[in-house]
Design a binder for this molecule. Structure first.
Ligand code: NAD
Length: 794
């Protein structure tokens, strides 16, 4: 049987249910969101004269959840418009509608009896073949499906999303013994390709993979902190980015998750385990006290941290008083910072003979041993365990990768000396004469499966550039960028400068890449796998030249950048840009002229130059204007002023999209550009896009003249800015920048509708850019951004 999910129902509209419904709406699936019927009318409903029978009352829970989706931060919706795809209802009046659904996902309270009784009702109405899944954090899927019909059993499984569902990558898929193999396979593929998740197959054991090991690690951290006398802030200063974990480290993570949720998850494993393991899952007395006091973290305003009058305090777990935040600073932390690469840093810290080393070793060693003990029980291989921890908890390395980093032999010796028991799985690795859980050979990765090394399966849709370069080398490289052969006739231009900022080396590589592709390839992808696509032009270099009054040099730089952008645009072979995360200023300008943009759901794109006292200088003003014009349907009477107004507003307000979809709404992407839901698939999708353009007989666009709004347009653009200036909303310098920007977008002093050359517009832009660069107030803005990382309003 083949499955397709065209319509879905989410049952339960709480924290997770509403987030999952939003995620489904984001990818275009119409979703029914149902919750229980309230048992009394509230004051507001009473004033409106509504009785318990009124639909607004009966749908209140789901309806309220929908409204919350618009206000939540970080935003669960990639565009507010997506809310229209979700219909609110209730579990009594709308149950019948479940018969039309392809997927029903249950997200109600974590209670076996409540879930089972709901499944009984679903079983009575669902059509054969409908997939039903539970978002349970840890209840046994086999226990939940007990008593259900055969068809229900075949189509039932666990689909465990992490909070918040739009942003956290992990999806654990947990089959029951009754689940059809095809359903599991379908869900894995659907989870990866359509939901855009990192899917891990987990076994039906308490709390599955990530929460089992993650909760264990957190409880060990609490235990060791107390036993060894560390403070909350001290633990966080070690267990965050320093060791490749999120900034929220241990305790801010717990505050965000909610201590009640955390205690609940811990209790679940506690109740299902015995002996020493069970003891670890016992929550410490101070946490019980915090629960009693309702110090549950962010949701109740205080937990391990509390914010008071802009200052943050940490909880002293002995006195339960809030104190100033303490941080650990030790020699090993300084030493680690000098090391290159996360593995070397973690190794230095773990064996350090100071307070950092003591804490880290005391937390890491039991967590690594526990992970090895669970191998085979919670997942079939270490790859699944490592991926689950990385994708569910935002760790940069999973437990077995960490173990390799600190050296398996060395650490096991130390563990043994401390009387710790080494699990069979770790033993067998060393007994066979191996010393790492993973190894790399010729760019391929292998993992230890308990017996020997097996190759880590290669997913053709996941192109890992680091590994790819190791295996296939590069065509050409300089300090800022490399050109790589991606195979099948497609080359890839990768930025790899600091923050991927664009300097003259990247410009040179763009020129080389286009020439090389025109000669020897079918198409070019501009993409990378850094933290951000690009934060913009190299501001430090621009400021330095400006302060030295090197205007001739700056003119050359801007001209070269503009020319390289034109080269991308008029390449005879298709160029596909693959922006993701922060794609700002020059980064966005490098995408706009491409034949196609393949963004990701999380693309934060904008021309933000005004924030540093400038306007876009690499053709961004012209390209955004032209992209806007091109996006309009053929044959309509075009109001150029309208287009100019929108472009002016977007650039003058330095608007940055909060998603790929919003980038499209802001006209950085047009209807034909693509958005990859799974960021790991982006380069593959971009390569496919380049290939299909090439195969469809791609030709370079013809140089067309651009209709501009001219002098009347300039005056109109400035109307709003002048109003803001007169009422004191913007400064004199803002007004100066606005005038320059308006002049460039309007195309200077020509009549409305004049057709001008692109080069004429580029010249206007370059002149405006250079005059602003020379202005001391703009230089102050650049300096402030470089030093403080935020814009200066002067
Ligand atoms: P929540 O408390 O925010 O929402 C629970 C929902 O269940 C509410 O909409 C509530 O109205 C509904 N409900 C209550 N009693 C019910 C009943 N008798 N019948 C039907 N519905 C009822 O909880 P949540 O955090 O969204 O958790 C929902 C599920 O997701 C749980 O199974 C939980 O373990 C799991 N989960 C939670 C998280 C998390 O971080 N919160 C993460 C992963 C999985």
């Amino acid at each position: 049987m083949t499955y397709q999910i065209k319509k879905a129902a989410v049952l339960g509209s709480g924290v997770m249910g509403s987030g999952i419904a939003a995620h489904l709406a984001n990818i275009g699936i119409p979703t029914l969101l149902l919750d229980i019927v309230p048992n009394e009318v509230n004051n507001e409903e009473q004033t409106k004269g509504f009785s318990l029978e009124h639909p607004a009352v009966r749908n209140r829970f789901a309806q309220t959840a929908l409204q919350k989706l618009l206000k939540q931060k970080p935003a669960p919706l990639t565009s507010k418009k997506n809310l229209q795809l979700i219909t609110a209802g209730n579990l009594e009046d709308d149950l019948e509608k479940l018969k039309d659904m392809d997927w029903i996902i249950e997200v109600v309270v974590e209670n076996l009896e409540v879930k089972k009784s709901l499944y009984e009702k679903i079983d009575a109405v669902r059509k054969a073949g409908t997939i039903v899944s539970s978002n349970t954090s840890g209840i046994s899927v086999n226990a939940m499906v007990e008593g259900r019909s055969e068809d229900f059993g075949k189509h039932f499984l666990g689909t465990h999303f992490f909070n918040p569902p739009r942003y956290l990558k992990l999806l654990e898929v947990i089959p029951a013994t009754t689940t059809d193999f095809e359903v599991v396979e379908f869900m894995k593929k659907f989870g990866e390709d359509v939901l855009g998740k990192g899917v891990v197959l987990a076994k039906d054991t308490p709390n599955f993979i990530a929460n089992r090991i993650g909760t264990y690690g957190l409880l060990v951290s609490l235990r060791e902190m107390q036993a060894r006398g560390y403070s909350v802030g001290e633990v966080d200063s070690v267990t965050g980015p320093l060791i490749g974990r999120p900034k929220s480290a241990t305790f801010r993570t717990l505050d965000v998750v909610g201590l009640d949720t955390f205690a609940h998850v811990a209790k679940n494993v506690h109740d299902l385990t015995t002996g020493e393991e069970q003891k670890v899952f016992e929550v410490p007395a101070f946490l019980d006290k915090m629960l009693e006091n309702k110090w549950l973290g962010a949701k109740t305003g205080q937990g391990f941290f509390m914010k008071k009058e802009k200052e943050i305090f940490e909880l002293n777990i002995d006195t339960l008083e809030y104190e100033s935040v303490k941080k650990l600073t030790t020699p090993s932390m300084e030493m680690a910072k000098q090391q290159k690469g996360l593995s070397a840093k973690v190794k230095t810290l773990t064996y350090a003979k100071d307070r950092t080393g003591e804490l880290l070793w005391s937390i890491l060693s039991p967590t690594l041993l526990y992970s090895a003990e669970l191998h085979g029980e919670i997942a079939d291989d270490i790859v699944a365990i490592d991926q689950a921890m990385k994708w569910g908890f935002g760790w940069q390395q999973g437990p077995f990768e960490i173990w390799d980093a600190i050296g398996v032999n060395e650490s096991v010796e130390k563990m043994k000396a401390e009387g710790l028991e080494i699990p069979y799985f770790a033993h067998s690795l060393l007994d066979k004469g191996f010393n790492s859980f993973y190894k790399e050979e010729n760019g391929d990765q292998y993992f230890f499966d308990g017996n020997d090394y097996k190759i880590v399966p290669v997913n053709e849709k996941v192109i890992d550039l680091k590994r790819y370069k190791k295996k296939h080398g590069v065509i050409k490289s300089n300090a800022g960028a490399s050109l790589i052969d991606l195979g099948d006739g497609i080359a890839l231009l990768e930025f790899h400068s600091k923050s991927n900022s664009i300097g003259i080396d990247i410009v040179q590589m763009i020129n080389f890449a286009v020439d090389e592709v025109e000669k020897n390839y079918k198409g070019l992808v501009i993409g990378n796998q850094g933290k951000n696509f690009s934060v913009g032009a190299n501001l430090g270099m621009i400021l330095m030249e400006a302060q030295d009054d090197n205007m001739f040099e700056l003119d050359f730089v801007v001209r070269s950048f503009q020319n390289a952008m034109m080269k991308i645009k008029y390449s005879s072979k298709p160029v596909v840009a693959a922006p993701f995360a922060m794609t700002l200023g020059g980064g966005a300008e490098a995408c706009l002229p491409a034949a196609h943009i393949q963004a990701t759901t999380e693309t934060y794109m904008g021309l933000v130059e005004v924030g540093v006292g400038l306007i876009p200088g690499g053709g961004g003003n012209k390209e955004l204007y032209m992209k806007h014009l091109k996006g309009l349907p053929n044959g309509v009477q075009v109001d150029y002023q309208n287009v100019a107004n929108k472009v002016f507003e977007t650039i003058a307000m330095a608007k940055v999209s909060t998603s790929g979809e919003e980038a499209r709404e802001n006209n950085f992407l047009n209807f034909a550009d693509g958005i990859s839901v799974n960021p790991d698939h982006q380069l593959y999708d971009a390569k496919q896009a380049a290939l299909s353009l090439a195969e469809a007989g791609y030709k370079a666009p013809i140089h067309e003249k651009v209709p501009v709004t001219g002098s009347p347009g300039y005056a109109t653009l400035l109307l709003g800015a002048e109003g803001m200036f007169l009422s004191g909303f913007i400064s004199e310098h803002d007004m100066k920048i606005a005038k320059k920007l308006a002049y460039v977008i309007a195309g200077g002093e020509v009549p409305y509708g004049t057709l001008v050359d692109e080069q004429y517009l580029l010249n206007l832009e370059r002149e405006a850019f250079l005059s602003l660069v020379a202005d001391p107030k703009s230089q102050a803005r650049m300096q402030y951004m470089l030093v403080k990382g935020k814009p200066l309003r002067n």
